[in-house]
Ligand binder design. Structure first.
Ligand SMILES: [Zn+2]
Length: 387
């Protein structure tokens, strides 16, 4: 069954990882969200390498459905919450968290480096390719998550206080049901010359999550350090948004032709009623579903111009231009803004303060109806308001 495993592994690399990689590519240090360099570069690379996937595999990657089970549309609330979304209880819940991290934790030039650079560990099921971190990135640390603590996998000794603080903030925002499936935390940075390179119009990859190809119910998270506090929180919340949309047990491998949405090349089915499908069905108009499914139809890679044009048809629908690039990215991005800012008019969305409000309200409704653990967002909202 090695062949099957290899196909599945390749499929996962080409798919589930990619949507997560994209926001980071698009989210650069200056806040510009450009999409230069084209989308889905790994997919292009795979084709250039002549690796041919079976037809069924090719079908699924771009299979954004036009038709989904009909659900009542999510209405934007009549009134935006005034002011900060953090409650006094949220603030109390965050008192033990160190945030923003001191400058010594985010200054990449001050980070101690061993004689030999660390490597992504082999035999854990995850990618060992350093290129998976992003172009120009330097691996800093690799930790296993054991009993709620970071345990070094790179031979570089225990986590320092910066990483312990970082971890406490991250874990505080992951719902318990998903925290148990987290295997590893990977930290990396970019040297100043990469960050300051004006040719990097696509920005840097600020974080991603990666499902384990040999057990897709488990995953690891990777983050660039050296970001501003708000950008770091937003990246954490975005990646947790992907986790919430997909894991655990939110999706199942399926070859059922009636599956409403095959989200990756491994055949994972986002069944009707899963948060991702509910989000797509409830917050996209029929016209938007038709447009976005056409953009990705027949394995197409939409150009940056095409995606920006799609965003321009309804910018009030999305918390950011990046959110409009793909419904799975929209889920993660909308979750991030909602988790950090709720439906507050202070949310730093792109455009009008009401941008993406219906999507943020979707998560309110999910939490209210018990399908989403919103408690974890409380402390993060307090951190987001610390500035
Ligand atoms: Zn993403």
């Amino acid at each position: 069954m090695a062949t099957t495993g290899a196909v599945a592994a390749l499929a996962l690399v080409l798919t589930v990882v990619l949507p997560v990689v994209l926001p980071a590519v698009a989210r650069d240090a200056s806040g510009l969200r450009t999409l230069a360099g084209g989308l889905l570069p790994e997919l292009v690379q795979a084709r250039a390498d002549g690796r041919r996937a079976p037809q069924a595999v090719l079908r699924s990657r771009t299979d954004i459905p036009r038709e989904v089970p009909v659900v009542p549309a999510v209405a934007a609330p009549k009134h935006v919450d005034p002011g900060s979304a953090a409650t006094p209880e949220d603030v109390r819940g965050a008192t033990r968290l160190t945030w923003p991290l001191p400058a010594s934790c985010t200054d990449v030039s001050s980070r101690a480096r061993g004689a030999r650079p660390p490597r992504l560990p082999a035999r854990t099921g995850y990618s060992t390719d350093p290129a998976s971190l992003g172009k120009g990135a330097r691996l800093q640390r690799v930790y296993a998550v054991r009993d709620g603590r970071l345990s070094p996998l790179d031979g570089l000794g225990p986590a320092d206080r910066c990483d312990r603080w970082r971890w406490e903030v991250l874990r505080s925002g992951i719902p318990a049901a998903h925290l148990v499936a987290l295997d590893q935390v990977v930290l990396y940075d970019y040297p100043p010359e990469v960050l300051q390179d004006p040719s990097r119009q696509g920005g840097i990859r600020t974080g991603f999550f990666e499902p384990n190809p040999s057990d897709p119910t488990r995953y690891r998270l990777a983050f660039a350090t050296g970001l501003g506090a708000q950008e770091q929180l937003l990246t954490m919340a975005h990646e947790v948004g992907h986790v919430v949309s997909l894991y655990p047990d939110r999706t199942r491998p399926s070859r059922d032709p009636r599956c409403p949405w095959v989200i990756d090349n491994a055949g994972t089915c986002a069944a009707a009623g899963t948060p991702l499908v509910a989000f797509y069905a409830g917050t996209y108009s029929a016209e938007q579903r038709s447009r976005i499914s056409r953009l990705y139809a027949d394995h197409r890679q939409p150009s940056a111009d095409e995606l920006q044009a799609f965003h321009a048809t309804g910018p009030e629908s999305f918390v950011s231009a990046y959110a409009a690039t793909h419904p799975t990215e929209d889920f993660a991005e909308s979750y991030a803004y909602w988790c950090l800012h709720g439906t507050s008019r202070d949310a730093p969305v792109e455009g009008a303060s009401t941008a993406g409000l219906a999507k943020r309200a979707f998560f309110d409704a999910e939490a209210r109806d018990g399908r989403l653990d919103a408690r974890v967002c409380g402390p993060w909202r307090a951190l987001a308001s610390r500035g």
